[in-house]
Design a protein around this ligand. Structure first.
Ligand code: COA
Ligand code: ZN
Length: 329
């Protein structure tokens, strides 16, 4: 009899990799330009907090994503912590060359499992994107830099609706055939729900046991953390999350924040998992965001504090207690 997989309800010190995407997925959406020195300071704070991977920026066209036009400087000037992987999104060979030059540990390539979303986001058919990304993979391989492929709209497309799993698996297989060993299944617009997540995660892990599979959820419809747990129940141990719950996609109507890093870390630590992350430092970094982006953030932990953050008893409590006790049982 094969051993039972460990229950998701007992962390028992198991490692879950929390991969920070706020500096990329979050800031790419923001209308304000966060000053370069503040981006670098945030990345350094995230490194110090112990995140397993940080997607630092994206090497896209500065006209397409002006908020990240300082990608080269940011990636070059951050302080690197041994044990953290510094990743960057690249859409094409030009981006790959820039990212490699700036010493990215990993290139994160992106295309959509949905034809409509791919055309809207990347202005290419999926076949054209794949052709271009195959060249990016070759560029990275000859430079000895790791590649991860993020597939958008795996759990549904905001324009097409359902995306057939066979379509998704077809694209994963094409990248695996090129030698890619990291794949992220992205719920770009928060359409995923727990039973679907469990099924697709289990299917991906069974078919590609040697590929590092990351799950990337947005909390658009309030199912983010439930989806993380559903994926963990199917064996997943790598999750993208964004500081403060920032995030979205400029070409995906209605998209909103990623699952929030400090909410994920807070929940998983209470459940006995090891995220390697210092929650207080992470929350302190999140609390710097409103001043940088010019608006509030959806993070419940930044607002409420962790479960252990107790409040003082209200004024007059001693008298209140004495009166109640004086009344007898
Ligand atoms: N880095 C810097 N500049 C780039 C670039 C890169 N990686 N890729 C393209 N450019 C520049 C070109 O040099 C060109 O500049 P010019 O107008 O001064 O000559 C301009 O961008 C347009 O290039 P082109 O090859 O025609 O690309 P495009 O206009 O079809 O844009 C993308 C294609 C994908 C590069 C662009 O739309 C993009 O970067 N999009 C961002 C997608 C994204 O990150 N979405 C969110 C993530 S889900
Ligand atoms: Zn996203």
């Amino acid at each position: 009899m094969s051993p039972q997989p460990p229950s998701v309800w007992h962390g028992a010190g198991r490692r879950i990799h929390v991969q920070e995407v706020g500096l990329r997925d979050g800031l790419q959406m923001e209308p304000v330009f966060v000053p370069t020195k503040d981006k670098i300071a945030l990345a350094n704070a995230l490194s110090a907090a112990g995140l397993a991977k940080i997607e630092v920026t994206s090497f896209t066209s500065p006209t397409a994503i002006p908020a990240l036009r300082d990608a080269d400087i940011v990636l070059r000037e951050i302080t690197r912590r041994p044990g953290t992987v510094y990743s960057a999104l690249v859409p094409n060979v030009r981006g790959a060359e820039r990212a490699i030059e700036a010493r990215a540990d990993e290139l994160n390539l992106v295309m959509s499992a949905s034809e409509t979303h791919n055309l809207a986001n990347l202005r290419q058919t999926r076949a054209q994107s794949f052709g271009g990304l195959a060249q990016v993979v070759a560029t990275a391989q000859s430079a000895g830099v790791a590649v991860n492929v993020s597939l958008s709209c795996v759990f549904g497309c905001p324009m097409e609706g359902e995306v057939a799993p066979a379509e998704v698996w077809g694209w994963v297989q094409r990248f695996v055939d090129l030698g890619v060993r990291g794949v992220t299944l992205c719920d770009t617009t928060g359409m995923a729900y727990p039973t679907q997540v469990h099924q697709l995660t289990a299917a991906a892990r069974a078919r590609w046991p040697d590929v590092d599979c990351t799950l990337h959820f947005h909390n658009t419809r309030g199912m983010g953390l439930a989806n993380v747990l559903a994926a963990m129940a199917a064996g997943a141990d790598r999750f993208d999350a964004a500081l403060g719950g920032l995030g979205g996609c400029p070409y995906a109507p209605g998209a909103s924040g990623n699952v929030c890093s400090e909410e994920v870390v807070h929940a998983l630590q209470l459940m006995g998992y090891d995220t390697g992350v210092d929650l207080l430092q992470l929350t302190a970094a999140a609390q710097r965001l409103p001043a940088l982006v010019g608006h509030g953030i959806p993070s419940q932990i930044a607002q409420a504090g962790p479960r252990e953050a107790l409040h003082p008893v209200p004024e007059g409590y001693a008298a209140l207690r004495d009166r109640a006790l004086a009344r007898g049982a």
